[in-house]
Design a protein around this ligand. Structure first.
Ligand code: AMP
Length: 288
């Protein structure tokens, strides 16, 4: 596995890869890698000849400076894990490499910025102002450096998948987007880099328990969204979590629905007692 820290190095390596007629796939991450990330690598491996992963904690997608500072960083472990999973090229740039004019210029709108479309409204977009603008900006910059044929994103960040699809369509990026299912620990907790910040598991576990419970109720015929949302919210609160949102929405448009006809998506974000913000989601289907 090669490791690059500059865009120039990445371009040079990928120029010769492309010359050999190989296709390139990319796995975008913020590092602190776990098996959820490696499942993305595995999903993409069969589809392309050369696998690039970026591990970059992108400051502009954090709306809270303390969240950015406290975000886990494990660069040596990440490099070992990426190598073990046969990533071909790991890109670990500094902030100054990705923001050549500086992040101040980004925030002050002095440098060129990419902004997210309307699928970024509500949910994460509402509760983390500027988050998806930072996401689509960094993805566009990285995609311009790497120029991948394929990119894989995890369904764990359900709204992010919709936002990136819209970016790909609207800016004609021409990337084949692959979506990978959520990887969970054996007890049901969705894997997340933030899980290392948890001081206990019973509160966080109520999220996946609530998702499973609501999924079962919908499968059994309950279709009233306000009843289902209220029930899920109570399950989280009773376990000591502070729900940020608990919403059942159209799985494509993310627009609210009142009643579940066939399918819908349940989106949850909640804070733990030590203020770690967790997200999770589940597809709901009438009749199973
Ligand atoms: P992050 O490093 O948290 O920005 O995540 C990088 C990518 O990994 C995103 O596409 C996430 O959706 C995906 N990802 C994170 N956790 C999981 C998980 N538990 N299962 C599947 N994909 C995940």
């Amino acid at each position: 596995m090669q490791i690059a820290v500059t865009a120039k190095e990445v371009r040079e390596i990928l120029r010769s890869v492309r010359r050999e007629g190989k296709t390139i796939g990319v796995v975008p991450t913020m590092g602190a890698l776990h098996d959820g990330h490696f499942s993305l690598v595995d999903t993409l491996r069969g589809r392309c000849d050369f696998l690039v992963m970026w591990a970059f904690v992108n400051p502009t997608q954090f709306n809270d400076i303390n969240d950015y500072r406290n975000y886990p960083r494990t660069p040596e472990k990440d490099a070992a894990g990426a190598k073990a999973h046969e990533v071909d090229l790991l890109f670990v740039p500094d902030v100054s490499e990705i923001y050549p004019a500086g992040t101040e210029a980004y925030y002050e709108r002095k440098s060129v910025r990419v902004t997210a479309g309307d699928r970024s409204l509500g949910f994460e977009g509402e509760h983390r102002p500027g988050h998806f603008d930072g996401v689509v900006h960094v993805c566009t910059v990285m995609f311009n450096i790497i120029r991948p044929d394929f990119a894989v994103f995890g369904e764990k960040d359900y709204q992010q998948v919709q936002v990136i699809k819209q970016l790909n369509e609207d800016l004609h990026l021409g990337i084949e987007l692959v979506v990978a299912p959520i990887v969970r620990d054996a007890d049901g907790l969705a894997m997340s880099s933030r899980n290392v910040l948890l001081n206990e598991r019973s509160g966080p576990l109520s999220i996946s328990k609530a998702l499973m419970q609501i999924k079962a109720e919908v499968a059994a015929g309950q279709s009233d969204v306000s009843v289902l949302e209220q029930e899920a919210r109570l399950m989280l609160e009773n376990a000591g979590l502070r729900p940020d949102y608990v919403s059942i929405v159209d799985a494509e448009t993310l627009k609210p629905v009142k009643s579940i006809e066939n399918e819908a998506q349940l989106l949850v974000a909640a804070f733990t007692d030590n203020n770690v913000r967790l997200i999770d989601n589940m597809r709901l289907r009438r009749g199973g």
